[in-house]
Ligand binder design. Structure first.
Ligand code: ZN
Length: 206
């Protein structure tokens, strides 16, 4: 797939589909994002494949649908980006130990109601929601919204954290809840280097 390389530049480090969806924008911990992989509807579809929320055949069908109905695809992208803003607001508040606004939670409830309205209950080891029959443009967003509500209603909220070095959010699944970085290879390493440089400078001047 030609655009897949573009969407994979954001690592999947959130430990949850909704947090990874928020992490499609990168940048400093506070302030505006400086990069965004969701630059069009095809990218949204490709990201959903990359994140495991869509199968390749489903993606193919959606790419075809978006070529046949570009206006519908455009509207679905706009809605997905609005939803990403909402999820960003909700989970950033939770990570900071604050309460999200009632209005944003109401929108999330409406999105979840819509997502479940297009889902079916399928039997695996237990029953679970799937969107196998959903052939609409909004298909990539459904499992993301549902993952967000699942995390808010059944997850440990104190495990939802923001990276110390960038704007990525993650679900801290470490035993002693000590995770501070989106990934040790990125922000963890830069922090180690920064501390090393400071320590050396301190030694040199003392
Ligand atoms: Zn980071």
């Amino acid at each position: 797939m030609e655009t897949l390389a573009g969407v994979t530049r954001m690592r999947l480090v959130g430990g949850n589909l909704a947090l990874d969806f928020i992490n499609t924008r990168s940048g400093p911990p506070v302030g505006s994002p400086d990069d965004d992989v969701l630059t069009g509807y095809p990218e949204l579809v490709d990201w959903a494949v990359y994140a495991g929320a869509l199968t390749e055949p489903e993606a193919k069908a959606l790419h075809r649908l978006s070529r046949d109905d570009p206006d519908g695809a455009h509207a679905a992208l706009a809605r997905a980006l609005r939803s990403r803003d909402d999820l960003d607001e909700v989970f950033r508040a939770v990570a900071a130990g604050q309460s999200p606004s009632t209005s944003v939670l109401d929108r999330l409830r409406d999105d979840e109601a819509d997502a479940l309205g297009h889902a079916r209950l399928d039997r695996g080891t237990t029953f679970g929601w799937t969107w196998r029959d959903d052939r609409t443009h909004h298909r990539p967003l459904r499992p993301v919204v549902h993952a967000a509500v699942q995390l808010l209603t059944t997850g440990a909220l104190d495990r939802i954290k923001g990276c110390g070095g960038c704007r990525f959010l993650f679900n801290d699944e470490s035993k002693n809840r000590s995770r501070r970085w989106c990934s040790m290879d990125d922000c963890g390493t830069s922090e180690k280097i920064r501390r090393y440089v400071v320590a050396r400078r301190t030694r040199a001047t003392s």
